[in-house]
Design a binder for this molecule. Structure first.
Ligand code: HEC
Ligand code: HEC
Ligand code: HEC
Ligand code: HEC
Ligand code: HEC
Ligand code: HEC
Ligand code: HEC
Ligand code: HEC
Ligand code: HEC
Length: 337
């Protein structure tokens, strides 16, 4: 009995030693040490090489090489432990390189990039996609691609229950950052969510159709990431094609017709006050009076606007047949239709 136990213990300790030696052997200096020496190590590779590699030969290293084969090919190999990554029918979009081979982006052993990535985001993405900042004549590039997780702020690299690998649908996607004032370099971007809380007073396309109706999420040849032209700041040189964005939906006769009784409600008798303010050499932009996202007042009229550090109140009061305002630009004026 005693001898049997001794033999069992002995063989156990021999087995133990063999495993220990094999492990140490694989990653010993001069062998495969480098594979697992980068800053971020795949726990699986730290644990046991044989969970992915199986020996074909008794001798290793052998003369003809090919001593090991993979237990399975990626991505199936990876699903054995990461079964939550197996694409399923609930996903509306699946990233082709994710379905094809995890090694398109990940190193199986170790890497100097977080999440054992072959390259950091966004360089990783640019190895297959164009850099949206490198479009010809690009005027605005979205800061969302440079902060936090960069591309991963909005996209899953793997798969998503939303279209285009988006983590959330527009406008929720945009409002998770634009629900507060954002200070970025020398800019202060106002809180957009707060403007549209009262949906009845918001600009209908913002709440009905979403932010992407007017904005590109990455970059644009226009100001403010817009899909069409709109001036930056308070003024434009002439009316011309400077406000095309608005006239993708609205009729431009409300600005073009000097005299009208139909094109706009913003008129004094038949004098078109839109024409007076906008259709001139130094054109007053719509944002001198309107907030294009939403406002606490009727007709999207602003409560106050900023000129540098000076805040000007508009004091707009609608009446049954017109309205009045008392801005810093001129004394109280009223219009009546
Ligand atoms: C999570 C699975 C996994 C684990 C664990 C793993 N490997 Fe690998 N290994 C791979 C895959 C997949 C490849 C093929 C890589 C390719 O085709 O680019 C590979 C390739 C290799 C290669 C071939 C050359 C190279 O540099 O890519 C060597 C050598 C190697 N592994 C050694 C090891 C050693 C030693 C360990 C343990 C420290 C280990 N592997 C642990 C998955 C794994
Ligand atoms: C033997 C089990 C096993 C296999 C096979 C395996 N992994 Fe892992 N992997 C783990 C464990 C354990 C962790 C750490 C816990 C976690 O994040 O789930 C991990 C974590 C990761 C991480 C996150 C690393 C981090 O820094 O957060 C990535 C990426 C990853 N694995 C990719 C892969 C890829 C690609 C393959 C296939 C080549 C693969 N894994 C195969 C066990 C495995
Ligand atoms: C197109 C590139 C790409 C491909 C292909 C890819 N990944 Fe990833 N993976 C990433 C990026 C980027 C991250 C980091 C995500 C983050 O920052 O939140 C990541 C994170 C992970 C993580 C850790 C965080 C998490 O989501 O659990 C695991 C595990 C992982 N990947 C496993 C896999 C597996 C398994 C496959 C193949 C079925 C795979 N990846 C294919 C790019 C990729
Ligand atoms: C190995 C190549 C490769 C890498 C790396 C890669 N992609 Fe892709 N991606 C593709 C291919 C192929 C498609 C499908 C064709 C297309 O839309 O260009 C695609 C499509 C997409 C789509 C559109 C999905 C849809 O449903 O239409 C998004 C979004 C995307 N990738 C984001 C990313 C992001 C973010 C990264 C970096 C984390 C990345 N990709 C890295 C190859 C890649
Ligand atoms: C602010 C959120 C946001 C960020 C950050 C972001 N994207 Fe997107 N991306 C989107 C949205 C929204 C779409 C869908 C646009 C549409 O088709 O309406 C999209 C679409 C895409 C597409 C598909 C293009 C097509 O025409 O089908 C690719 C590829 C893509 N993004 C890659 C990237 C890469 C690479 C990065 C990082 C450099 C990145 N995205 C960062 C929001 C974002
Ligand atoms: C991860 C946070 C984040 C998300 C998500 C995000 N943004 Fe932004 N956005 C920023 C930051 C930071 C800035 C300031 C830098 C800049 O001006 O680009 C900004 C600026 C902007 C600007 C002003 C750009 C300019 O040049 O004046 C617009 C317009 C904008 N975002 C629209 C959107 C839209 C539309 C979405 C949804 C598709 C969105 N944002 C989602 C962070 C975000
Ligand atoms: C009807 C078109 C339209 C829609 C829809 C729209 N925007 Fe805008 N957005 C504009 C215009 C025009 C500007 C430039 C004038 C301004 O700053 O108000 C702008 C400017 C911005 C700015 C920059 C503000 C600044 O002063 O720098 C941000 C941020 C922004 N939009 C976010 C959003 C978000 C988030 C949504 C969705 C909830 C959205 N926009 C929907 C037209 C639109
Ligand atoms: C995607 C279509 C679309 C775009 C682009 C658009 N609008 Fe509108 N706008 C609407 C709709 C729909 C209404 C509600 C019906 C109406 O009054 O015509 C509206 C209403 C308005 C109102 C009137 C609100 C009221 O209660 O009287 C103003 C002011 C306005 N828009 C300004 C603008 C400005 C300024 C721009 C350009 C920056 C613009 N819109 C771009 C679709 C759009
Ligand atoms: C000087 C202030 C001012 C400027 C600048 C201005 N608007 Fe207006 N707008 C108003 C007022 C006030 C109303 C409300 C008229 C009413 O119903 O009594 C109005 C109404 C509107 C309406 C509702 C329909 C109508 O015409 O009555 C739209 C749409 C509109 N404006 C679009 C624009 C666009 C687009 C621009 C820039 C190209 C612009 N506005 C510039 C003051 C202005």
């Amino acid at each position: 009995m005693k001898t049997i136990i001794t033999i069992m213990l002995l063989s156990l300790s021999i087995n133990y030693n063999m495993v220990g030696q094999t492990e140490k052997g694989c990653t010993a200096p001069g062998c495969h040490y480098k594979l697992v020496s980068a800053a971020f190590i795949h726990p699986a590779a730290e644990d046991d090489c044989t969970s992915c590699h199986e020996s074909e030969t008794v001798e290793h290293p052998s003369e003809n090489g090919n001593d090991f084969s993979l237990v399975d090919e990626s991505p199936e190999l990876c699903y054995t432990c990461h079964d939550d990554k197996e694409p399923d029918a609930s996903q509306k979009s699946i990233h082709p390189p994710f379905e094809e081979d995890c090694l398109n982006c990940h190193n199986p052993h170790s890497s100097n990039n977080k999440f054992i990535l072959e390259d950091p985001v966004p360089d990783l993405c640019f190895s297959c996609h164009d850099d949206p900042g490198e479009i010809k004549n690009v005027k605005t590039i979205h800061g969302a691609m440079f902060v936090g997780g960069k591309c991963i702020n909005c996209h899953s690299p793997h798969s998503s229950k939303n279209r285009k690998l988006l983590k959330e649908e527009d406008p929720a996607l945009c409002l998770k950052c634009h629900n507060k004032e954002i200070k970025y370099e020398d800019k202060v971007i106002p809180n957009i969510a707060i403007k549209i809380v009262n949906e009845d007073l918001a600009h209908p396309p913002v709440v009905d159709d979403g932010c992407l109706t007017c904005h590109n999420p990455h970059s644009s040849v226009n100001n403010y990431l817009l899909n069409d032209t709109f001036p930056e700041g308070h003024y434009a040189q002439k009316f011309d094609d400077n406000y095309s964005l608005c006239f993708d939906c609205h009729d431009d006769s409300k600005i073009l017709n000097k005299k009208t009784t139909t094109a706009t409600e913003f008129r004094n008798g038949n004098t078109n006050l839109h024409f007076v303010h906008v259709n001139r050499e130094k054109s007053r932009s719509c944002t001198n009076c309107h907030d294009v996202h939403g406002s606490a007042n009727k007709h999207l009229i602003e409560t106050e606007i900023k000129f540098g550090s000076w805040t000007m109140k508009l004091n707009y009061k609608p009446t049954k047949n017109g309205g009045s305002c008392l801005p810093g630009c001129h004394e109280q004026r009223s219009y009546s239709r």
